[in-house]
Design a protein. Structure first.
Length: 149
């Protein structure tokens, strides 16, 4: 088995890492630049960022100076909002066999899956991009630059 028990999709990984890079850099970046930094397909990254634009987490612009940038301060965007924009809300009660009725009568994992899911949602909801990147510094610089103009 590759990786740990908890798995997230490549799309969510691109979204979280890409948004983190935007917060860390504090500036507009091209999809090409982001995808290169993440070693991700530019086509896949573009599709992921389209979803983030659609839900209002990212602004995009076209042209030679175009790219994507955070639509909100990094301190206002939770990791869960990014996750949810890509995957939707996770179900708290789900069956790994995708069955309505467990062949064992009740889940062989007991409440463990529900507990892991709840802890994941709690953590992702409590963490912002600023928490991950220390980008409050970048936000302050950006706001100061905006105020000069």
């Amino acid at each position: 088995m590759k990786g740990g028990v908890v798995q997230i999709s490549q799309a969510v990984s691109i979204a979280l890492h890409g948004m983190g890079l935007l917060a860390l850099r504090g500036r507009k970046m091209s999809i090409g630049e982001l995808s290169e930094m993440m070693s991700a397909s530019e086509t896949h990254a573009a599709k992921v960022f389209q979803r983030l634009v659609k839900v209002g987490l990212v602004n995009s612009s076209r042209g030679p100076t175009g790219g994507v940038e955070l639509a909100l301060p990094a301190s206002k965007i939770t990791l869960f909002e990014i996750y949810e924009a890509i995957e939707g809300s996770p179900q708290s009660d789900y069956c790994l066999l995708q069955q309505d009725n467990c062949p064992f009568g009740s889940c062989i994992f007991g409440s463990m899956l529900k507990n892991i899911n709840n802890e994941f949602v709690r953590y992702m909801s409590s963490m912002t991009l600023a928490d991950l990147t220390g980008s409050e510094i970048n936000e302050t610089k950006s706001v100061a630059a905006d105020n000069k103009n």
